[in-house]
Design a protein around this ligand. Sequence first.
Ligand code: NAP
Length: 250
Amino acid sequence: MEDFMLKDKCAVITGASRGIGKAIAIKFAKEGANIVINYRNNEEEALKVKEELDALGSKTLVVKADVSEIKEAEHLIKEAKKEFGKVDILVNNAGITKDNLLIRMKEEDFDSVIKVNLKGAFNCLKAVTPIMLKQRSGKIVNMSSVVGVVGNPGQVNYCASKAGLIGMTKSLAREIGSRGITVNAIAPGFIDTDMTRVLNEDQKKNILSQVPLNRFGSVEDIANTAVFLASDNSNYITGQVIHVDGGMAM
Ligand code: NAP
């Protein structure tokens, strides 16, 4: 019989209606997990993901919540606990961009990116940590970015949020490691999703010239790493940033 890496685990994945979050949800379900699919606006897409997971035999729950609002993040985690009686895995994946050169960046575009990408993760962590501490187990995966490590012109807000997530990951890993909870980050390079489809051909060419593996990453590349970090195969790994970027940053 096939071994499932996440059999009967309850995984909450923020921003799972599209892109990387959706791919993680599918991969986790294939590994036997039950999934809480979170989204903010795109209900139609979230319900399509649910259909796909149901067909894989996963128990699923769809929860609309804007993770940047602490009450909504609390609601998300509470619903997960109510439905499945536990939360084994949290993937803080929800994220947005509002790119511009600093000189032209509006204050609200700085604030909103920090509020979703960084504070949103904090809100979900605040809600889930007491549950995991009580369970004396848990796996947390925060979605950072290669640009949070190396920087990127036009993304002062986004890079600050993703660098902040790395600091948050390492600090929390130190706080709760003794209770058997691991906290790690993934730093994807350029992955083919709605977020990167807005890049023009020149920008794409320029990015590819910096990628030794000479291709954009796929959502499955990230999902494979997320499964590893959410599974028992990574039990002695915490506070780490795993680069999945085709060699962009080394
Ligand atoms: P995407 O295709 O734009 O999808 C973003 C997801 O986040 C959607 O499900 C969206 O929900 C959700 N979301 C946005 N704001 C939210 C909020 N306030 N509360 C709850 N959900 C929210 O993005 P992606 O490319 O898959 O990126 C996923 C993560 O990976 C992000 O954190 C991103 O920064 C990071 N990342 C991406 C790349 C890349 O190249 N694509 C590279 C490095 C890091 P709705 O559908 O309801 O809008």
